[in-house]
Design a protein around this ligand. Structure first.
Ligand code: HPA
Length: 233
């Protein structure tokens, strides 16, 4: 049964879906990490693939950028295709001084300047958190691979081009490690529709120091994160 944004049949998606922002990265993962991968949707070129990893069924689908795009795909995957576990694999901007470019970060919780999660609770605060089991499996997989991942609060912004640079310094004081644009939306949608979600990232740039991972190195840090996510399943 197709949805407005996913053209696939029931059973085309595995219960666990890894979601990079970029659909071409979904294709890259399917081609380089999965066995027997087949494309299951291509609406708007937001490609989705299903295959196996170590014999376990897994799907990979792009989320696009920002909470609205992520929320549309996450909701349709859960409600119409029976997806149970959604794992975002993305990039983030470092905020904390303890966070260096190329680090791997797990979002235990996601604060936000978006109103989507408050709208879910009559204007009150909603603590958008990762599913503990997925988080635990992810952190354990990173440890097995010898990767010293950080775990904590991230900030999901609607504004990539943040006009007020001081704001990130205030977030730093509150212990917020990094900034992305999708996680609070993913965690809110998963909570609303009864699925499990978790997000991990590599740090592509640092919003306070201005440091950035050179493009030629991004692929290897990305591969490391994909490996953690797949090994965590
Ligand atoms: N801001 C928001 N999201 C991001 C950034 C950033 O600087 N880098 C990677 N994702």
């Amino acid at each position: 049964m197709s949805t407005p944004h996913i053209s696939a049949k029931p059973g085309d998606f595995a219960e666990t879906v890894l979601m990079p922002g970029d659909p071409l990265r979904a294709k890259y993962i399917a081609e380089n990490f999965l066995e027997d991968a087949r494309q299951v949707t291509d609406v708007r070129n937001m490609f989705g693939f299903t295959g196996t990893y170590n014999g376990k069924p897994v799907s990979i689908m792009g989320s696009g950028m920002g909470i609205p795009s992520m929320s549309i795909y996450a909701r349709e995957l859960i409600v119409s295709f029976g997806v149970k576990n959604l794992i975002r694999i993305g990039t983030c901007g470092g905020i904390s001084q303890d966070i260096k470019i190329r680090d791997v970060i797990f979002a235990q919780g996601a604060s936000t300047d978006s109103n989507v999660n408050r709208a879910r609770v009559r204007g009150y605060d909603f603590a958008a958190i990762a599913d503990f089991g997925l988080l635990e499996n992810g952190v354990n997989a990173a440890r097995r691979l010898g990767i010293d991942a950080k775990v904590g609060n991230v900030f999901t912004t609607d504004t990539f081009y943040q006009a007020d640079g001081e704001f990130y310094k205030e977030l730093d004081k509150l212990g917020v490690m990094a900034v992305d644009m999708e996680t609070a939306g993913l965690y809110g949608v998963a909570a609303e529709y009864g699925a499990k979600a978790m997000a991990l990232f590599t740090v592509s740039d640092h919003v306070i120091t201005g440091e950035a991972t050179p493009p030629e190195e991004r692929q290897s840090t990305f591969n490391e994160m994909v490996k953690i996510a797949l090994e965590s399943i």
